[in-house]
Design a protein around this ligand. Structure first.
Ligand SMILES: NC(=O)c1ccc[n+]([C@@H]2O[C@H](COP(=O)([O-])OP(=O)(O)OC[C@H]3O[C@@H](n4cnc5c(N)ncnc54)[C@H](OP(=O)(O)O)[C@@H]3O)[C@@H](O)[C@H]2O)c1
Length: 245
């Protein structure tokens, strides 16, 4: 439940090691969140946080276990004020071209995993009558590029799913916030040359927390990427396919 000041009190982070997700959690804890559930795969020593921290097992590919992850989180901390769906894998298009099974598995993490977790989150938040599901989308899904079309197509699917889910929850008290970062300099993009209008996990977190405070349904990071992609979406295919890798 929200604390006495009306601020976020409880947070569930799906993909509990995510750099971006943990930055959002740190900011929310700084603003008063007192109970946090980090849902991760494998062994995990949680970072120091000025909050009660719980770790629960979570594998995006194990969709049949997702319901139990939410039940456990609610059992541990009560109503969930914010659920952050931050798991994902980038991978390279060259790798996916060479290994279609790996491509299908990445899409299962980046799309189907969010569909399953998102529908469980919607059920819980709807029953509570409040709470926000934060979904980490990407500009990669705003218009899919040939350079990373496996990842981009999954993000496009995730973004459409998140928009539909947000509409389905309208009036329930629960809502969805879609976060669309551009290139974020961090672990996921290690070794890649930063694209124009790059950001850091902290900048994404600051924009996310600002959007949560404002009750926004989506936020681009940086903000200017919204209008930029408004124009890029209209580029003819012949030009778009020449976009640099
Ligand atoms: N970084 C960027 O440039 C960028 C840009 C736009 C959008 N995004 C999106 O933002 C989100 C967070 O990214 P990030 O930068 O924070 O990346 P990150 O630090 O690499 O975090 C991604 C997390 O997803 C987890 N994960 C991967 N497969 C999983 C599975 N099968 N089950 C459970 N967890 C799994 C990873 O867990 P392990 O630690 O166990 O591997 C990792 O902790 C992702 O959805 C990403 O696509 C990132």
């Amino acid at each position: 439940m929200k604390n006495a000041l009306g601020a976020v009190d409880t947070v569930l982070l799906l993909g509990g090691r995510s750099e971006i997700g943990l930055e959002i959690v740190r900011l929310l804890v700084g603003l008063g969140a007192s109970r946090v559930v980090l849902a991760v795969r494998g062994e995990f020593v949680p970072p120091e946080l000025d909050a009660e921290v719980h770790v629960v097992p979570f594998d995006a590919l194990d969709v049949h276990a997702h319901g139990a992850v939410f039940s456990k989180a609610v059992e541990l901390v009560g109503d969930l004020d914010v659920v952050i769906s931050a798991f994902g894998v980038l991978g390279s298009q060259a790798h996916y071209d060479a290994d279609p099974a790996a491509a299908a598995e990445a899409v299962a993490v980046n799309y189907s995993g969010h569909v399953s977790a998102g529908l469980h989150a919607a059920r819980v938040l709807r029953e509570q009558g409040h709470g926000t599901l934060v979904m980490l989308s990407s500009v990669a899904g705003a218009r899919v590029r040939r350079a990373n079309f496996v990842y981009g197509s999954a993000k496009a699917g995730l973004d459409g799913f998140a928009q539909g889910l947000g509409d389905a929850l309208h009036g329930s008290g629960a809502r969805v916030l879609i976060v669309r970062p551009g290139f974020v300099i961090g672990r996921m993009t290690e070794g890649l040359t930063p694209a124009p209008m790059s950001s850091t996990p902290r900048q994404v977190a600051l924009a996310t927390v600002g959007a949560l405070r404002d009750g926004a349904s989506s936020v681009w990071v940086p903000r200017a990427l919204g209008p930029v992609f408004g124009v890029l979406r209209l580029l003819p295919r012949a030009l778009w396919r020449r976009m640099p890798r």
